[in-house]
Design a protein around this ligand. Structure first.
Ligand SMILES: [Zn+2]
Length: 617
């Protein structure tokens, strides 16, 4: 059984040739934009322990046949790194993380927009700026939206003392709730799927991770969540920050639940946050998340055009490179606006004709005017999974066909498919023919049944991995490539089983409001174990003074502020240690009926293993 990584097949090479012929003309325009205003950088954007572009040096060579030609081009664009002048007074450091950090020259210091994912690259970016443009203090921080790659590195640009002294930190209304809530209740499964989406387990090489489409990947330094001091609550709100006027537009439920665009009249500069980037973004993020609202997204781009279009001389965003001059900016924003609206409208048009999500995803093509642009391409989101997202938002998972209403789950279906095909041998023979013909999607479907019926069948795992791998090589989308290649890697190198859950980091719980912490426990309550048991106690948090009535009935965990049942006095940190299993409850020094009830509840909580299987049962 050959479980090694393979090269590209003839079918994959042919698919690349066909794609290259269908791509827009490359006039070098994007490369000129990505290089414009370059001031300087540090070698390989090397930030020890957190970030480096060195592993991507292979992008300087010829395209290997294991990488989609369009993704290769985007990967090269995303390899640019350093400090850039957007316009005098506005500077960006790009390529020090998956996202951009932007600096605005205020009257007394630097206003920082989006301090990256982690502290070290943000500090390195600030140093690069100061060395070249002046050693001034940071006068304010703006978070464009509630995703970690836009706030997590704040401690690299502001010290805890500066924050405590009242540094202005400005964010859209709902920022904090969205930042803590979006990934908590489904956190384990999202984190696990993110290991596939961002290729973090893959080698960085021509047969592995080359790019995420949105950027190279996220930095791995120190992450923090510092609450904003000011919220932007409505469109049209204007602030003067360090002497600079900023006009805001709130854009809730677009790329993030809390997001905003804003305009600097002094510089004629428009920040489009992550609402307009140089590719098709995700309406559905394949790591798993609630689907986004394409209609709202498009509406807010249109509103930005209306509000700021006439005065904008340069537009920049939280990822990728800027656009200069009113005409090109307007064209770009108009096409981005219509990209999301087109997918929304055409998906529903076809759904109203009776096509299901899979059929729509297969049929949907962009109109020629949008297809002619590089910035509409599927480097991150894809036309395929975004069409499915629109369908899901309006119609959900069921396509209306009763055959799909109550299907067997994968292992049960797998056993039946394998039996119907006469066993593993005939199935593999058929799949082998499909592989030779380059029909990898069919191989994945057929062999998927066998892998779920017989997970120890090495021949099945090897063939499935080979099919995933070719689909990865063919993918234009960074996340699709990384999903396929990570799936292949895990089929070839199964992780040894463990009798203990291997959990993801518990850090996030400590930054959450107490009611969110309790909320997160409700999805860990094992309903079968809880059965008919009834538990009630009052949790008195001695450090915060909060009091919560906690109750289990009907196998459901409830909580509300107030009293209910015997009291247990506890600190937040101790509760988090107990629920994470960091300290056994017997050693916590708790006593009394309230403590007994809490102990009973702890015994009913599941612990999640990050490393559950995805491509196999
Ligand atoms: Zn981002």
């Amino acid at each position: 059984m050959d479980l090694t990584r393979k090269g590209a097949t003839a079918a994959t090479r042919a698919a690349h040739v066909a794609m290259a012929a269908a791509l827009p003309v490359d006039d070098g325009g994007d490369f000129a934009l990505a290089e414009r205003g370059f001031i300087g950088t540090i070698e390989d954007a090397e930030v020890p322990g957190a970030w480096s572009q060195r592993p991507f040096a292979f992008l300087e060579g010829e395209r290997p046949d294991t990488v989609n030609p369009s993704l290769w081009r985007q990967a090269r664009l995303n390899a640019h790194h350093g400090l850039f002048e957007v316009t005098p007074g506005v500077y960006q450091v790009r390529g020090f993380d998956i996202s951009n950090i932007t600096f605005i020259e205020g009257e007394t210091g630097w206003i920082v927009i989006d301090p990256l994912t982690s502290a070290q690259p943000a500090a390195a970016a600030l140093k690069l700026l100061r060395d070249s443009k002046g050693d001034r203090p940071v006068s304010a921080v703006i978070y464009t939206h509630s995703h970690v790659d836009h706030y997590g590195g704040i401690l690299g640009v502001a010290s805890p003392e500066e924050i405590a002294a009242g540094l202005r930190i400005i964010a859209p209304e709902g920022f904090l709730e969205a930042a803590v809530a979006e990934n908590v209740l489904a956190g384990n499964v999202m984190s696990r799927r993110a290991t596939h989406m961002y290729g973090g387990l893959l080698p960085k090489d021509p047969q592995g991770h080359v790019d995420s489409g949105l950027g190279k990947g996220t930095s791995t330094g120190r992450v923090a969540l510092v609450a904003p001091t000011e919220s932007i609550t409505h469109t049209g709100q204007t602030l003067t920050v360090d002497g600079i006027e900023i006009r805001f537009q709130v854009t809730p439920d677009t790329e993030a639940p809390a997001e905003m665009n804003f305009f600097f009249p002094k510089f004629g500069a428009l920040c489009m946050a992550e609402n307009c980037t140089c590719h098709l973004h995700n309406l559905y993020t394949p790591r798993g998340a609630q689907v986004r609202d394409a209609k709202a997204w498009s509406f807010y781009i249109d509103e930005a055009l209306e509000m700021f279009g006439a005065d904008t001389r340069v537009m920049f965003a939280s990822h990728h490179w800027p656009r200069w001059e009113a005409g090109p900016v307007r064209t770009f924003l108009t096409k981005q606006r219509d990209l999301y609206k087109y997918i929304h409208d055409q998906t529903l048009r076809m759904a109203n004709h009776g096509l299901n999500a899979t059929e729509i995803a297969e049929a949907l093509r962009l109109p020629p005017t949008l297809e002619a642009e590089w910035h509409t391409r599927s480097y991150y989101g894809t036309l395929s999974h975004n069409a499915k997202a629109v369908y899901q938002r309006y119609l959900g998972w069921f396509d209306g066909n009763p055959a799909n209403l109550h299907k067997h789950p994968p292992e049960a279906a797998g056993r039946r498919y394998v039996a119907a095909m006469g066993g593993a041998g005939p199935l593999l023979a058929e799949a082998g023919k499909a592989f030779e013909a380059g029909d990898y999607r069919w191989v994945a479907e057929l062999v998927g049944h066998l892998v779920f019926a017989e997970p120890a069948n090495l021949e099945a795992r090897a063939l499935q991995a080979d099919a995933f791998e070719q689909m990865g090589y063919q993918a234009e989308s960074g996340p699709w490539r990384d999903f396929y290649l990570t799936g292949a890697q895990e089929l070839r190198n199964p992780r040894p089983p463990s009798d203990k859950p291997r959990q993801a980091s518990p850090g996030q719980l400590r930054t959450m409001p107490t009611d969110h912490v309790l909320d997160s426990l409700s999805v860990r309550l094992n309903g079968e174990k809880a059965g008919a048991r009834e538990i009630a106690f009052t949790a008195l948090f001695t450090d915060t003074g909060e009091r919560f009535a906690v109750r289990v009935e009907n196998a459901v965990l409830h909580h509300r502020a107030g009293e209910g049942g015997p009291e247990v006095a506890i600190t937040r940190d101790l509760l988090i240690d107990l629920v994470m299993g960091a300290r056994p409850v017997e050693e916590a020094g708790l006593a009394g009926p309230g403590a007994a009830a809490l102990t009973e509840l702890l015994g009913l909580l599941d612990r999640f293993d990050l490393w559950f299987e995805i491509s196999a049962p």
